[in-house]
Unconditional design. Structure first.
Lengths: 388, 259
């Protein structure tokens, strides 16, 4: 008789029936549509993005935590659990969902005009339209305030110039949310694919997040009407609020990747015999499994705690930083430790572990690197910002 | 078109399943219970008919109070409402008694079309659709892999071992379906939230005018007297190739009806 690592902490008892049902639907979709294919997608570094977006849209996962405009309006924990299930399949697939729902759709929902919301959100919720979010530039990642992309007035129009880098969903997006410097500070713009002067180029040779599209966005004199600007976002706080949203999903998501590694490894160690008995019967192995289960359980409980705070409206940004820093770091550690237990098998794509470990390197870096979140906590604890 | 879909809650066929030691009935208490897989295809078919022709889709379940969970799951796929026949006296009912109870419940529902799975993964008797049609005095179109509707004319492709037969009937009728008929949708999140507000009517045997003595273990027309676990798999059969290995393999596959 084995106890599931999450059951060790009585995790499921803390969820509502509705949250469990929602998780079950996402899990079923992942089991049937994603898991049988994801190792191949990763290996080929290609995903059927449109088809996936429509499937995700059909159950309602895209922008599920937003209200109205075709979105389900569910709570933060339900959203977190969906991210967890998605990332248990692959961090790249969860990224598609995060960027769509928490970056692109959230930006339009929170900062868009009524027309912009009506025009884009229902189609994005259904997965008919894919969105991307362009903040990072080749020379400015951790410090987006330095961005060089500009938007200049020309009569009533705007003209955008610059380059965005490392943009998830970039080349498959129908609509790009692009942040640019104006005379009036940083503003957000909706750039439909196909606009003159706008082009994308995929970033190849990735060894991480291969089941995800990562692109460069090139803006070369892109002319947009005045209505293309997001009216309600002023300054960097706009994009940073979006990032807080997506980051929250990662706090849960990372634990999904860790859980998938741990489940795989517990099963493997129970079957694999070394020195004439199951690998799981050795104290060294049990210590590794117990340590990993502890970190997993703590991470799950932390995620849930942050989720309940978010639902109550008491979640602050430092807490999201704490969750992202801890859970991604520990998930990566769990993936690597699981890899050791799988021995040589652990380096192949036959098992999900090395794929998760490689993916989590990206997750450690995007949505605020672990160093930046460490500095956020350092500032909170000391009152002294040490970024510069 | 007014459609009723029969939905049964069964122990998950992917997990460990047992019979109870006390009365040899299916152990539903300790199992992880799910909607009978084939019934999901029946629900999907009903929803597609509704999308094309309008009307109402009702879920009908006979089962213990725990079956409410499966009813809600079924409603989250899209049907409008449900009827749950629940009564302690029903425990251990045979197929004959089940068909009697379901027929009585259907009597209150005025269905043009009754859709159901061709079999359930726990009982696997495949007789219920026929029994039900007989009791209702309507046509039975069973084992469908395709269903087309033209006014009140129903046409199915009835799946057989060799191919299929085309069978037609007029509504009202009972149609049972195989998992080849469609690809069931996933419940959507909005569906899950809406399902909580959809009406579920509970009916007892008294409501249906069926006497407790006619159903349950005591009223059963057949009974499981004894059961034992299937012996563990034996080592299998080795075919040594002495020139006709291929022939032997084909013979094996043919006798086992794999080809
Ligand atoms: C797969 C993938 C997908 C992505 N998707 C998107 C997307 O959709 N949209 C988007 O806008 N961006 C996206 N990004 C970009 C991501 O947000 C950036 O990579 C991240 O912000 C880090 O920026 P950088 O890569 O330029 O690293 P840098 O900012 O150059 O950082 C390099 C190193 O320096 C450290 N560092 C930086 N500042 C300090 C400091 N003050 N003190 C100490 N150490 C410091 C960092 O922690 C890091 O370790 C994606 C990245 C990846 C890998
Ligand atoms: C890229 C690559 C190239 C290789 N090249 C060669 C080669 O050229 N020639 C060759 O012969 N082999 C080669 N190997 C095989 C390599 O030596 C084995 O992978 C290694 O010995 C581990 O064996 P295993 O993979 O079967 O893991 P296992 O022996 O199954 O070990 C699995 C896990 O159990 C742990 N473990 C084992 N025993 C115990 C114990 N008693 N108590 C606690 N924990 C235990 C291990 O440390 C490991 O973490 C190669 C492997 C790789 C990955």
């Amino acid at each position: 008789m084995r106890v599931h690592p999450a059951a060790l902490f009585g995790f499921d008892d803390l969820l509502t029936d509705e949250e469990r049902e929602i998780r079950q639907v996402v899990r079923q979709l992942c089991d049937r549509e994603l898991r049988p294919n994801v190792a191949r997608w990763f290996e080929e570094s290609h995903i059927p993005a449109r088809e996936l977006a429509r499937q995700f849209g059909s159950i309602g996962v895209l922008g599920m935590h937003l209200d109205g405009y075709g979105c389900a309006g569910l709570g933060a924990v339900a959203y977190g659990l969906a991210c967890l299930e998605m990332e248990a399949a692959d961090s790249g697939l969860r990224s598609l969902v995060s960027v769509q729902g928490s970056l692109a759709m959230y930006a339009i929902r929170a900062f868009g005009s009524e027309d912009q919301k009506q025009q884009w959100l229902p189609g994005m919720a259904a997965g008919e339209h894919i969105g991307c979010f362009g903040l990072t530039e080749p020379d400015f990642g951790s410090d987006p305030a330095g961005m060089r992309t500009t938007a200049k007035r020309d009569g009533a129009d705007w003209v955008l110039d610059g380059t965005k880098m490392w943009i998830t969903n970039g080349s498959v997006a129908d609509i790009a949310v692009v942040w640019a410097r104006t005379d009036d500070g940083v503003r957000g713009f909706l750039v439909p694919a196909g606009t003159r002067g706008y082009s994308t180029r995929d970033i190849g040779h990735k060894f991480s997040l291969r089941a995800s599209v990562t692109s460069e966005l090139i803006l070369d004199g892109v002319r947009l009407p005045a209505e293309a600007m997001l009216p309600e976002a002023r300054g960097l706080s706009g994009p940073l609020r979006c990032l807080d949203e997506a980051r929250f999903g990662i706090v849960f998501g990372a634990m999904g990747a860790a859980l998938d590694c741990l489940e795989t490894t517990i099963a493997y160690a129970g079957e694999r015999e070394v020195f004439a008995k199951p690998l799981s019967a050795y104290q060294l192995t049990q210590e590794k499994l117990a340590d990993m289960a502890l970190e997993l359980g703590k991470g799950l409980l932390l995620a849930l705690h942050l989720g309940r705070r978010k639902e109550a409206g008491t979640l602050v940004s430092e807490q999201v930083s704490a969750g992202k820093l801890n859970n991604v770091r520990e998930a990566l550690d769990i993936a690597r430790k699981c890899r050791t237990i799988l021995g040589a098998s652990g380096i192949t794509l036959e098992y999900p572990v090395i794929r998760h470990a490689a993916n989590l390197e990206s997750v450690l870096t995007y949505e605020g690197t672990s160093e930046i979140h460490t500095l956020v906590l350092g500032r909170a604890l000391t009152g002294i910002p040490a970024f510069r | 078109m007014n459609i009723v879909v029969l939905v049964k809650q069964v122990p998950d066929s992917g997990a460990e399943r047992n019979l109870r030691t006390d009365d040899n009935t299916v152990d539903r208490g300790s199992a992880s219970n799910v909607i009978n897989e084939m019934d999901e295809y029946a629900i999907e078919e009903a929803l597609r008919i509704q999308e094309a022709h309008g009307g109402e889709v009702t879920i009908l379940t006979m089962g213990p109070s725990g079956a409410a969970e499966s009813i809600r799951k079924a409603l989250s796929m899209g049907p409008d409402k449900a009827v749950h026949v629940v009564d302690d006296a029903l425990h251990g009912s045979c197929a004959l008694a089940t068909s009697k109870v379901l027929a009585a419940a259907l009597g209150t529902l005025n269905a043009d079309l009754v859709l159901c799975g061709a079999e359930s993964t726990d009982g696997r008797v495949q007789v219920l659709p026929h029994m039900l049609a007989e009791r209702l005095g309507v046509a039975a179109l069973t084992g469908a892999r395709k269903l087309t509707i033209d006014g009140s004319a129903l046409t199915i492709e009835r799946q057989t071992d060799e191919g299929y037969e085309v069978v037609t009937a007029q509504t009202p009728a009972v149609v049972s379906v195989w998992d080849t008929i469609n690809e069931p949708r996933y419940p959507s999140f909005k569906g899950i939230m809406a399902a909580k507000k959809k009406p579920v009517q509970a009916l007892s045997l008294g409501d249906l005018g069926v006497a407790p003595s006619e159903v349950g273990l005591d009223g059963a027309s057949s009974a499981v007297v004894e059961h034992s676990k299937r012996p563990p798999r034996s080592g299998g059969q080795k075919v040594t190739d002495e020139g006709e290995g291929g022939v032997k393999l084909v013979e094996f596959l043919a006798t086992e009806k794999f080809v």
